[in-house]
Design a protein around this ligand. Sequence first.
Ligand code: ADP
Ligand code: ZN
Length: 520
Amino acid sequence: MTALPGASPLLRDVFGFDAFRPGQEEIVDAVTAGENVLAIMPTGGGKSLCFQLPALIREGVTVVISPLIALMRDQVRGLQEAGVAAGALTSGNTQEETDAVWEALEAGRLKLLYMAPERLASGAAMGMLRRIGVSMIAVDEAHCVSQWGHDFRPDYLRIGELRQALDVPLAAFTATADAETRDEIVQKLFEGEPPRSFLRGFDRPNIHLAFAAKNGPRQQILSFAAARKGQSGIVYCGTRAKTEALAKAMRDDGHVACHYHGGMQAEDRRLVETRFAREDGLIVVATVAFGMGIDKPDIRWVAHADLPKSIESYYQEIGRAGRDGAPAETMTLFGSDDIRLRRSQIDEGLAPPERRAADHARLNSLLGLAEALYCRRKNLLGYFGEEAEPCGHCDLCDTPANVFDGTTAVRKALSAILRTEEWFGSGHLIDILVGNETDKVRARRHDQLSVYGCGGEYDKRQWQVVFRQMMGHDLVRPNPERHGALQMTAAALPVLKGEAEISLRKDSIKTASRRPAVKA
Ligand code: ADP
Ligand code: ZN
């Protein structure tokens, strides 16, 4: 349920995200409503959004206490680029910067004020905060208040006083979740007014995860549904037209099914929503327009007839299944048509270049998950910063992939990345590997490299699959700051040096050459 109609357009328009990450929405709702909140989320889980978005909805200024100047400056810059009035008061400021922040504050223009905890020691800052109409306090890295932790910052102890002096709600965030630290945060920051706590890992163990390459996709979906006849399920499609056609095919196959998309009359949509909530065994074939506000606990399965747009969307969409905790199943189809479609949607969108690069990177992570060799859940949770053991409850744990030793191919690809100093995407790297003398290759003299033409064992499409699988192994990552150029991770070094071997999936390399080309 989305309590706040304002949240989701802001999510898209200001932050450029198409879905909340696991756990974010509940926290955003609580913080916006002015509750005292303690949120424990894994690193990389997206904590900053949980106070930045509420700060935009609430009246007045949100004060953000954060221990790291570099982090503050990063966030302030990001917010300013997104058009949000944010500023920081830190010891790293120039006098002009500080003056500008004070001026904006006095004029009531600022939405977010970042402050180092040391600032709270000065009476002037306290007085100023009292005057300017602070609407809430957000505390990043809240474990710094704890003497148990290794990051203890004595000035964090003043935050409790600040909260009491200003009498405003406080939201505290940390990735460190041990019980002692948690107790100490509650005691030091929320004295007398215990917060609502959000402690959630991302795992949804009752949901079975599976991906399949498209191979007669309509039949794949129909077979999946046929094996689950009478159960409530959702099929997500990439286009409106497809929802209608597939819903009809479902009905022809004996299911109770209807379609749902944003182009329908509001009352028709409401009808589907109500039926889905009340009836057992209804299948809704829908675009992503179906989801917000759907609170049905016993959705037994979710299938994707087309690849979702990012790993966050994937997680959110499959996460609608099995809210009751009973077993639920998912299946996500992917094909090169999806990849092309998603790439061009990003490229042709109106987003600024940095955001486009970030969107490509998020799509790549989803492709890595689709091409994964080992446990999907471990891969998925890893993306959200959580460590996990192989789950025993996904398609790859059920049936290990058919693999071969791809070390030589991977090493060639890594050398190409290394020799071109991590400045290029897979398209150009593949031109180098197969010895394709393009203008770009010639202009950069990449035909002079020792790796030029060393990859003749595969064609371009097969190399694309190798690169996708390398992403699945997290050997390379697209660097959004370099327009998605591939960058090696620490895991790539042992492979380059011949100290580690890499397995690749046989099936997808073999079939790749028979499929249409994919864009990097
Ligand atoms: P942390 O929890 O470690 O403080 P951040 O707030 O820095 O995490 O977010 C980690 C990354 O996740 C950032 O790159 C941010 O842009 C991205 N992110 C946060 N929320 C979302 C979302 N809803 N969809 C996609 N990316 C997101
Ligand atoms: Zn698994």
